[in-house]
Design a protein around this ligand. Structure first.
Ligand SMILES: [Zn+2]
Length: 277
């Protein structure tokens, strides 16, 4: 009965407002909305994105060279490298809608031999996984996609840029701040002091990366429920000594509940992706 009334109202609307209005009326049923995490912080604009991505590319290059010199950079034909790149290739097409810059990023995915439970995506799309995170946690493809989505989300939402802008502001002090905001005179003064790898995200950034990452992975056809098993594994691994990854990605105690709370939003995206296969 309800359905018939709905169809009837829709038909009247079509007649009254024309076909365009009717299309808009039907939109919510077909076009699944993006998860809402609000606008990115405008503070990040104080650090030029191209400079930041340039610094990241340099650091990533250094890391690769250091790893290669120790025989710890997995070759292109390594089965785990191929697996990681396959997963990335499915997720990356959905990155652009979160950040238009991503369309021009030179994405890279590498595997580094290290016992550390760690993975990252630097600004500009430079991704690395350490063998420790794959081996210790025995990650499924869906779980790898959750971590990768999470890391890519940090890059897309420019959390590193925001962190650096905030710490630079603290360093500059209030007197320079006025001039800086006035004319952008000190733009050139921004130098990346530390390493991207030691950059610690805020809890808000973490929640945002969890949600956006789940969405990206779901659209790419990975089961977002893997977020729950992943964090259970990470929690268990952290009982001895906390994994490297957890020290730069602090979370509230309710991470798994938060992930579960967002599942109804992203499960339809996953189902839609599966139906397209
Ligand atoms: Zn994180």
């Amino acid at each position: 009965m309800e359905g018939r009334v709905f169809v009837h109202i829709a038909a009247i609307l079509m007649v009254l407002r024309g076909s365009l209005a009717a299309m808009a009326f039907f939109m919510p049923l077909t076009g699944l909305a993006q998860v809402d995490v609000g606008k990115p912080s405008s503070l990040r604009n104080l650090v030029p994105a191209d400079q930041l991505e340039g610094s990241a590319a340099q650091q990533y290059g250094d890391l690769k060279r250091q790893a290669a010199a120790k025989g710890a950079l997995a070759p292109d034909n390594h089965p785990q490298v191929r697996r990681l790149r396959d997963i990335a290739a499915k997720i990356i097409p959905f990155a652009g809608k979160w950040n238009p810059r991503a369309a021009h990023w030179r994405w890279e995915v590498n595997l580094i031999g290290s016992k550390q439970i760690n993975a990252f995506c630097m600004p500009g799309g430079k991704i690395a996984f350490y063998t420790g995170i794959l081996d210790t946690l025995k990650l499924t493809d869906d779980e790898v996609a959750m971590i990768m989505g999470h890391e890519i989300a940090h890059a897309l939402r420019e959390h590193a840029r925001e962190r650096i802008a905030k710490s630079e502001l603290t360093n500059l002090g209030a007197s320079l701040l006025g001039e800086f905001l006035g004319g952008g005179k000190y733009t050139g003064a921004f130098q990346l002091g530390g390493s991207f790898l030691s950059l610690k995200f805020s809890r808000d950034d973490e929640s945002e990366a969890d949600v956006v990452g789940m969405e990206l992975a779901a659209r790419a056809g990975f089961d977002p429920r893997a977020g729950v098993s992943l964090w259970q594994k990470m929690g268990a691994a952290g009982r001895g000594a906390p994994p490297q990854w957890l020290s730069t990605h602090p979370s509230g105690g309710n991470r798994i509940q938060e992930i579960e709370r967002h599942l109804p939003q992203v499960m339809p995206l996953y189902q839609q992706a599966l139906a397209k296969r």
